[in-house]
Write a protein that binds this ligand. Structure first.
Ligand code: ADP
Ligand code: MG
Length: 749
C-alpha cells in the first residue's frame, strides 16, 4: 500500500441494520490492517440481520426473461412461427422480423422500468462483458424518443482493443462486433435489458467462447442426427445437454479485505493451516450456517427471476465451501446461466457482506473448488441418447453414442486437458480430493463387461444365434445392469454416471463452454467417422445395418481397450499439471485438423486462443508473485520486526533488573529473536531472487517459452517465501498480525 494511498475502512451499520462497508480514500492516517482485522472480528460477533426469506414463487419464476411466452404476447402468430423456425434451424432472422422482436423487447423492458440495454458477451478474459446504451435518443427535431430497433438488437460495435485477442485484432482496426444469439433469451439485470451475443473481430474471427461453442453444437446436432436415423427416422434434432455443479467458498467480506492476496489474486498466497481444517468431515452436507442461508435465499430469488433453475445446495468438504447446482438445460442456455449465476453471486454476496471465492484453490491444505460438468445428448423426441433404452435396438443406439463418446475422448485426451487447465486449476488438480491430472474414464465394471462381450463378436456377418444371444444377453440386459450398478468413483476425472458423462477437471471459475466445445467437436468427428465406416460395410459388404454397427463398434472398442483398462495414475501433488506444456495440444496438427475440418475454429483462431491462455497463465503467476513480494516486504517483515522490538524491550528490561544473569531468563526470547531474523533474511532474499527470476522470464519473447520459464523458475519461490512467512505467523503475537487468519476466515461467521 503506497504512502499517499490511504485506505480506511469503516464498518458501519446502515439503517436496515445490515453490515455494510464504506471505503474511503483519504488523507487520514492509515487505519492499520491489524486494527482492521480486529474490528472485523468484533463486528462479526454482532448478531447478523435476518433477511426476509421467500420461498420460490411460481409467478415470479423467469419473470425477468424475455422468453417465447412474452414474445408471443407482442407479435402475430405468423411472425412467431417464422422466428421459431429460424431459431431451430439456426438461420438468419430477416430485418423486418428482427425489428418486430426489438420493438416487443423494448415495450416489455420499458414496462418493467428498464432504461438501458446491453449486448452481453463472454470474451476470452473469462468474465462477462457489457456496454450499456440507453433507450433514450433524440429525433430530428431534438425531441426525446425511446429507440431500439432490429439493427440495435442484432449488432453492436464495441471497441475490442482491450479484450484479449491473441494477436487477431490488428492495431489499426479496433472494432469488434457483437451479434445477437437468438437461441438464448434476453433477460433483465438491474435496470438493464441484457441481450446474449457472440463477439467477433472486424475480420470475422471469434473473440469469445460462445462463437465456436454455438458452431460445435450445430455440428454435433448434424452428425448425431444422422446416426439416430439408423434407429429412428423421426429424430431430426439432437441437443447437447449440460448440468453444472458450481463449487465456491464464501467468507466474510471485511476479513477478505484485510488480505491483498485474496483481493488481487482470488487466493491466499500466505496463511498457516489452522489447528482444525476439514479432518473431522463435519462441514460436508452439514446444516448451512444461517448467514449463508440468508445469502442463498436472496440468491435463489434473483436466479428465479432470470430463470436459472437452481435445484440443489449443500455444504462442501472444506470449511466455508459450498456447492450449488441447477436442473440441466440445453448446453448454450446452461452456460449463459452459469456465467450469469457467477455475476449474481458476486452481487448478492456484496449485499450480505460476503466475498465469494470462485478460485480453484483459495486456501492451501484443504480442498479446492471445481465445476463438475455433466453432459448428455437429447433428441427432439425427448430421448437421452446416453441413457439405455427398453429394447435391444434402443440399446444399440445407446451403445453407439456411449462407445463413440468414449473413443473420441480417449483419442483426444490432451485436448480435453488443454480445455480445462489454467494457473489456478493447476493448484487443485491432483491434490487432496480433486481429480487426478492423469485423465482416465470411469465407466464401472459392468459396462466394461459389456464392452468385453461386444469385442468378442465375430467379424463380418453375425449368425442369427449370435445376434439373438447378443440382443438378449448382452445389450438387452443393460438397463438392469445400470440400475443395479451404483458404484461411483468420486474422484475419477471423467465418469459415466448412468445417463451422462461427468467431467470433473473443469475449474470452478472457468467458462465450461471451453470444455464442451472441445467435447462436441471430438464426438462429432468420431460420429462422422463411425457413419462412414458403417455405411461402407452396408454398401460394399452388403451387411445388414445392425451387423455393420456391431462390427464397427467392435473395432472401436478394440482400438480404445488399452486406454480404457489403464489404471488411473494418481499423482498426489501440486503443479504436476504444467499448463504451458498441456496448452500446446491446442495447436498440434491433430487438433488443428479437427477444428478446421469441422469449421469450428480456424488455425488462426486456435493459435489466438493458445496465445490468450498462455498470456493469462503468465499474467496470473506474475501478479501472484508481485503480490506476494509486496505482502512479504510491506506486511510480514515489518510485523515481524515490530514483534522483535517487543522482544528486545523485554530482554533489555530483564537485563536492567537482573544484570548479568538475564541471559538465563531471556534464553528463549533470544532464540525466538534469532529465528525471526533468520526468517526475515530468508523472505527478503527470496523476494529479491523471485524478482530476478521474473525479470529473466519477462525477457523471453516467445510466450510458450516464457510461460514454461515462469512455471519452472518463478512458481517455486511462491511456496519457498510462503513457508517462511507462515512460520512467522505462528511466532508473532496474534494481536500484531495484519492478515485475517485461516481459522477466522473458515470458522468465524
Ligand atoms: P452429484 O454428481 O453431485 O451426485 P447429480 O449426479 O445428481 O449430482 O447431478 C448433478 C448435476 O448433473 C446437476 O447439475 C444435474 O442437472 C446434472 N444432470 C442430471 N442429469 C443430467 C443429464 N441427463 N444430462 C446432463 N446433466 C445432468
Ligand atoms: Mg456430480
Amino acid at each position: 500500500m503506497g504512502k499517499t494511498f490511504f485506505l480506511a475502512i469503516f464498518i458501519e451499520m446502515n439503517e436496515k441494520n445490515s453490515k455494510s462497508l464504506t471505503l474511503f480514500h483519504n488523507s487520514y492516517p492509515l487505519l492499520k490492517m491489524q486494527t482492521l482485522r480486529k474490528q472485523s472480528l468484533v463486528k462479526l460477533s454482532e448478531s447478523p440481520k435476518v433477511f426476509e426469506k421467500r420461498n420460490g414463487d411460481s409467478e415470479e419464476y423467469a419473470s425477468n426473461v424475455f422468453n417465447n411466452k412474452q414474445l408471443q404476447k407482442f407479435i402475430s402468430d405468423k411472425s412467431f412461427r417464422q422466428i421459431q423456425l429460424c431459431i431451430e434451424k439456426g438461420t438468419q432472422i430477416e430485418a423486418s422480423l428482427a425489428d418486430q422482436i426489438a420493438s416487443a423487447m423494448k415495450s416489455w423492458a420499458v414496462s418493467k422500468g428498464v432504461t438501458h440495454y446491453t449486448h452481453w458477451f463472454q470474451p476470452l478474459s473469462g468474465t462477462t462483458a457489457e456496454k450499456h446504451e440507453s433507450f433514450f435518443d433524440l429525433d430530428i427535431s431534438g425531441d426525446q424518443i425511446e429507440k431500439f430497433d432490429g439493427d440495435q438488437l442484432v449488432q453492436q460495435i464495441p471497441n475490442a482493443s482491450s479484450f484479449p485477442s491473441g494477436g487477431i485484432r490488428n492495431t489499426f482496426e479496433a472494432r469488434g462486433y457483437t451479434a445477437w444469439d437468438s437461441s438464448s433469451p434476453a433477460f433483465l439485470f438491474d435496470k438493464t435489458l441484457c441481450i446474449p451475443t457472440i463477439f467477433v473481430s472486424y475480420t470475422g474471427e471469434a473473440l469469445d467462447y460462445k462463437t465456436p461453442f454455438l458452431k460445435s453444437l450445430q455440428k454435433l446436432d448434424d452428425a448425431a442426427t444422422e446416426i439416430c436415423q439408423y434407429f429412428d427416422k423421426n429424430i431430426s434434432k439432437v441437443t447437447a445437454i449440460l448440468g453444472w455443479e458450481q463449487e465456491y467458498f464464501l467468507i466474510d467480506r471485511s476479513l477478505a479485505l484485510t488480505r491483498p492476496d485474496l483481493i488481487l489474486t482470488g487466493r491466499t498466497l500466505l496463511g498457516h493451516a489452522p489447528s482444525k481444517g476439514q479432518e473431522l468431515n463435519d462441514h460436508y452436507f452439514g446444516s448451512i450456517p444461517s448467514r449463508v442461508s440468508d445469502f442463498l435465499s436472496e440468491l435463489e430469488r434473483e436466479c428465479s427471476l432470470v430463470g436459472i433453475p437452481l435445484k440443489t445446495k449443500h455444504n462442501e468438504a472444506a470449511p466455508s465451501q459450498y456447492e450449488i447446482a441447477p436442473v440441466f438445460e440445453n448446453a448454450n442456455l446452461a452456460v449463459d446461466h452459469n456465467t450469469l449465476l457467477m455475476d449474481l453471486m458476486n452481487k448478492v454476496a456484496y449485499k450480505h457482506n460476503f466475498q465469494v471465492l470462485f478460485h480453484e484453490k483459495p486456501f492451501d491444505k484443504i480442498n479446492g473448488s471445481g465445476k463438475h460438468t455433466n453432459w448428455s445428448l437429447n433428441t427432439n423426441s425427448g430421448i437421452n441418447l446416453l441413457s439405455p433404452g427398453k429394447t435391444p435396438m434402443s440399446n444399440l443406439q445407446f451403445l453407439s453414442f456411449f462407445i463413440n463418446t468414449l473413443a473420441g475422448v480417449l483419442n483426444h485426451k490432451d485436448l480435453i486437458k488443454a480445455s480445462t487447465v489454467s494457473a489456478s486449476n493447476d493448484l487443485r488438480i491432483g491434490v487432496n480430493e480433486a481429480p487426478s491430472s492423469d485423465l482416465s474414464i470411469f465407466i464401472g465394471q459392468y459396462l466394461l463387461g459389456v464392452l468385453d462381450d461386444l469385442e468378442n463378436v465375430s467379424k463380418g456377418k453375425l449368425s442369427p444365434e449370435e445376434k439373438t444371444d447378443l440382443k438378449l444377453n448382452v445389450i438387452g440386459k443393460i438397463p438392469e445392469i445400470l440400475l443395479d450398478n451404483t458404484d461411483r468413483n468420486r474422484t475419477s476425472p471423467i465418469a459415466f454416471t448412468g445417463n451422462k458423462f461427468e467431467f470433473r477437471t473443469v475449474g470452478s471459475k472457468s467458462n465450461c463452454s471451453k470444455l464442451i466445445t472441445v467435447l462436441n467437436a471430438i464426438v462429432t468427428e468420431q460420429l462422422i467417422g463411425f457413419k462412414i465406416a458403417v455405411d461402407k460395410l452396408i454398401e460394399s459388404k452388403k451387411m445388414k445395418k445392425d451387423d455393420a454397427i456391431f462390427n464397427v463398434l467392435r473395432e472401436t472398442i478394440f482400438s480404445i481397450k488399452p486406454e480404457l483398462s489403464k489404471k488411473e495414475k494418481r499423482i498426489d501433488h501440486a503443479n504436476q499439471v504444467a499448463t504451458p506444456k498441456i496448452l500446446h495440444s491446442y495447436i498440434t496438427t491433430k487438433s488443428m485438423d479437427l477444428f478446421k475440418n469441422l469449421e469450428i475454429l480456424s488455425e488462426r483462431e486456435l493459435m489466438a486462443r493458445y496465445q490468450v491462455d498462455l498470456e493469462a497463465y503468465i499474467s496470473n503467476i506474475q501478479i501472484e508473485s508481485r503480490t506476494l513480494g509486496d505482502m512479504a516486504r510491506n506486511h510480514i517483515i515489518p510485523t515481524a520486526i515490530r514483534y522483535q522490538n517487543l522482544l528486545i524491550t523485554n530482554i533489555q528490561g530483564l537485563k536492567e533488573i537482573y544484570g548479568t544473569s538475564y541471559k538465563k531468563l531471556a534464553s528463549e526470547q533470544l532464540i525466538i529473536l534469532e529465528q525471526i531474523s533468520d526468517h526475515i533474511a530468508g523472505i527478503n532474499e527470496g523476494v529479491t531472487l523471485m524478482i530476478n527470476a521474473r525479470k529473466r522470464a519477462n525477457a523471453i519473447l516467445d510466450f510458450h517459452k516464457r510461460a514454461i520459464q515462469y512455471a519452472d523458475t518463478v512458481i517455486p519461490f511462491l511456496s519457498d517465501i510462503r513457508y517462511q512467512c507462515d512460520k512467522l505467523e505462528l511466532t508473532v503475537e496474534d494481536n500484531l498480525w495484519p492478515l485475517a487468519k485461516y481459522r477466522e476466515m473458515f470458522f468465524v461467521r
